[in-house]
Design a binder for this molecule. Structure first.
Ligand SMILES: [Mn+2]
Length: 339
């Protein structure tokens, strides 16, 4: 992979015609925000551009301008594969391993004529594109899309729609500007607001849009399914298949639930374990310098960022919980005691 420079990006955008933008499976606010931000940028340049994702995103992320044009492979397989096959430029956003595009992987690999560009802020990038902009210090991929526009010296081309999309990526990947905050993040946010982004509207659409069912489900998770390990300053929530059934909670999002234990003063690390598709999927979060990315990679076949990572287990929920508790005691607790 070669580093994406402003010259390369400028020449790609002026020489290519059909652009496909792909984000990761279960696209989050940053995946959708960065993909749609880049979509508006390419569209305004007159390119034929489509966002194609592996599957649909949560309902509360459907408010962004351009959302109605997103094609997801799970529901519209043929159409999505046609878009990828016809593309001469493929952007891969907010992921660095092609496995993360799931069903779209083979369509992308089959299109050998297309130039692939990866823009991402996760650790340990795989060699999956011709050109890459990979920066783990970036708050979000949305920030990096802004950097690309800035690199091209085209910030004056940022429209209110584009600004809304990138702002969404910033606010979701920083937990409403709580972590990964650098002078640059605030600077980018400031320019986006100047260009017409609507922070109040975006924050309400994303964070104050719970259904009654979601809020009650959250209440159940916090009161009945949260366990605290005080010595390790760790708390986790576990949700079984029967819990999902009991609340008739199937296609709804569990995004954000993992963050609630961290709102306690004496909790430094949180995990959410959910039984899904015969596996236990795990999300990890932490505060400050405590890293969950190595922990997720070393023990739960996952990875991510210092303060937010994911992993999985093929053991039962009980066994996974036992393993997690033992590892937290042997690995996390000593780190806290050393401080
Ligand atoms: Mn991201």
């Amino acid at each position: 992979m070669q580093a994406l420079t402003s010259d390369i990006l400028a020449s790609l955008l002026s020489s290519k015609k059909n652009v496909a933008i792909c984000a990761h499976l279960f696209p989050d606010g940053d995946a959708i925000g960065s993909a749609l931000g880049l979509y508006h940028f390419c569209k305004n340049k007159g390119l034929n551009v489509t966002v194609v994702n592996p599957n649909d995103h949560a309902a509360f992320l459907h408010f962004l301008p351009g959302d109605e044009h997103i094609i997801n492979h799970e529901d519209h397989t043929e159409e999505a594969e046609q878009v990828v096959a016809a593309a001469d430029l493929i952007f891969i956003l907010d992921l660095n391993d092609l496995k993360r595009v799931k069903g779209l992987q083979s369509a992308i690999e089959k299109n050998e004529g297309a130039t692939r560009v990866m823009i991402d802020h996760h650790q340990e990038p795989k060699d999956i594109a011709h050109y890459a902009l990979s920066r783990t210090s970036a708050s979000s991929t949305a920030e990096m899309i802004f950097d690309c526009i800035d690199m091209l010296d085209e910030v004056d081309q940022v429209t209110p729609e584009l600004a809304d999309c990138l702002y969404t990526g910033l606010t979701t990947d920083t937990g409403r500007f709580k972590f990964s905050i650098t002078p640059r993040v605030l600077q980018v946010a400031s320019v986006l607001v100047e260009k017409g982004a609507r922070p109040t509207w975006i924050n309400q659409a994303i964070f104050d849009s719970f259904s009654e069912k979601r809020l009650r489900f959250l209440g159940f998770c916090l009161s009945k399914r949260m366990k605290i390990l005080p010595e390790a300053k760790m708390a986790y929530i576990y949700i079984s298949q029967s819990d999902f059934r009991r609340f008739n909670y199937h296609n709804e999002t569990t995004e954000g639930i993992v963050n609630y234990p961290l709102s306690m003063a004496d909790v430094e690390m949180a995990a959410l374990l959910k039984e899904q598709d015969g596996k236990i999927k795990i999300s990890f979060r932490s505060k400050g310098d405590l890293s969950v990315s190595d922990f997720a990679r070393d023990h739960f076949r996952g990875g991510g960022h210092i303060n937010a990572a994911g992993g999985m287990s093929t053991s039962s929920m009980e066994e996974t919980i036992q393993k997690l508790e033992a590892l937290v005691k042997s690995e996390i607790q000593p780190q806290l005691e050393a401080v």
